[in-house]
Design a protein. Structure first.
Length: 399
């Protein structure tokens, strides 16, 4: 009798253990590490009109729930074939970094339906009007050989500005020009003659089969802001620093730099060139010309460390092409800033030393800005400025 009790008890214990092992194995099969499945998405080309661009899309992830706030909106990046076929563990940052720089440029930039361009022998009034009409900062120029287009350089607003500052005296800059005399300033110059006059538009051509790593090397080594991509000797699109940064930004949170603060990295801590708000608009552009810049910070006359706004070369497009173009350049910056508020899409963007790289990148990707100013916590006293080149250099260090 006692033996039967022990036998029954033994079977009961064995049954309980078997059930526990079965449940444990089932849970293990259903448990997988957090993974991210990145899908390719191509951004539109920057040289088209802003209205022709597709809205920036958000990177898709698996098993990660995100709030749909505007600060989370990111461009959906494309990656190499090896990553299309498998999921990427969050911990594989070094693998991600290696694959990221092997990504072909055809996946970063979509083929443009039309690349804005001009004949190298076109006169500046026509070229400038074309740039203003389409809201484009720079476009490639070509010459015809044996009936085919041979692309030889870039011409942009900044080149035309440098020519204007070279041929106009200070007195002439303040004069009120008629339509004819304003056009006459450019009438005897062609796009070919002013191409890269600013030394900011060195002509770089790359194949769509080139990689992000190749583009990063060219952007940093030659200090250029755009690269013409070609396929079969035909224009595919213009890759700008801004497009590349928009593409790279979502990856920062999966790499070791995303949560670093500006203070930790000392990113952007440098002298910032400024101009007083009561100075003339032309003074700002002369500083840009002399210092080889595309923008300067506008500061208070009473407190030269207090930043109010910025003036960039692209603001010349907002001034517009008309009979009083150069007369406008002689007006006070304070007055023109009031007028530009109506047409400017984005204003001054600032961060503090405590902001992280992820937070800084979100500001770049959610607007058309090309630089972010660093100010003291609780004030607008300038500490430094972060440019697109700084961001690209930050990623380049991960190669």
């Amino acid at each position: 009798m006692v033996l039967n009790v022990y036998v029954i008890f033994g079977f009961f214990v064995f049954f309980i253990i078997a059930v526990i092992l079965y449940i444990s194995q089932k849970n293990d099969k259903n448990t997988t590490p957090i993974q991210i499945e990145v899908e390719p998405k191509i951004q539109k080309e920057a040289s088209l009109s802003p209205t022709a661009r597709k809205p920036v899309e958000k990177i898709k992830s698996k098993r990660i729930v995100r709030n749909k706030r505007s600060s989370d909106i990111k461009p959906k990046p494309a990656i190499t074939d090896s990553f299309k076929k498998k999921r990427l563990s969050v911990s594989g940052s070094s693998l991600l970094s290696a694959s990221l720089f092997e990504t072909k440029l055809s996946l970063v930039l979509s083929k443009s339906k039309r690349v804005l361009q001009a004949n190298a022998d076109s006169y500046l009034p026509k070229v400038y009007k074309r740039l203003i009409k389409h809201g484009v900062f720079t476009m490639p120029i070509y010459e015809r050989k044996s009936g085919k287009k041979n692309y030889i350089g870039f011409v942009g607003v900044v080149d035309i500005l440098h020519h204007a500052l070279a041929v106009l005296s200070d007195v002439e800059m303040k004069a009120d020009f008629s339509t004819f005399s304003a056009k006459e300033i450019f009438a005897n110059k062609t796009a070919r003659e002013v191409s890269n006059l600013s030394k900011r538009n060195m002509f770089i051509v790359m194949s769509t089969e080139s990689t992000i790593g190749d583009a990063v090397d060219h952007f940093l080594a030659h200090n250029v802001h755009q690269i013409l991509l070609q396929i079969d000797d035909r224009p595919y699109g213009i890759l700008t620093q801004r497009i590349l940064v928009h593409y790279l930004a979502p990856f920062a949170k999966y790499l070791r730099i995303g949560n670093k603060t500006l203070d930790e990295l000392k990113l952007g801590y440098r002298e910032v060139y400024t101009v007083g708000v009561d100075s003339q608009f032309g003074d700002a552009f002369r500083i840009m010309k002399d210092k080889n810049l595309t923008a300067v910070a506008v500061v208070s006359t009473k407190d030269p460390k207090y930043i109010i706004e910025e003036i960039s070369v692209s603001d010349l497009k907002l001034v517009g092409y008309d009979a009083h173009l150069f007369h406008k350049l002689s007006q006070p910056i304070r007055l023109l800033l009031e007028n530009l508020k109506v047409t400017k899409q984005t204003g001054l963007v600032t961060v503090t030393p405590k902001n992280t790289i992820n937070e800084v990148l979100s500001k770049f990707t959610l607007s058309e800005i090309t630089r972010v100013y660093i100010v003291e916590q609780g004030t607008k006293h300038l500490i430094g400025v972060i440019t697109l080149s700084d961001v690209i250099r930050l990623f380049e260090a991960l190669k």
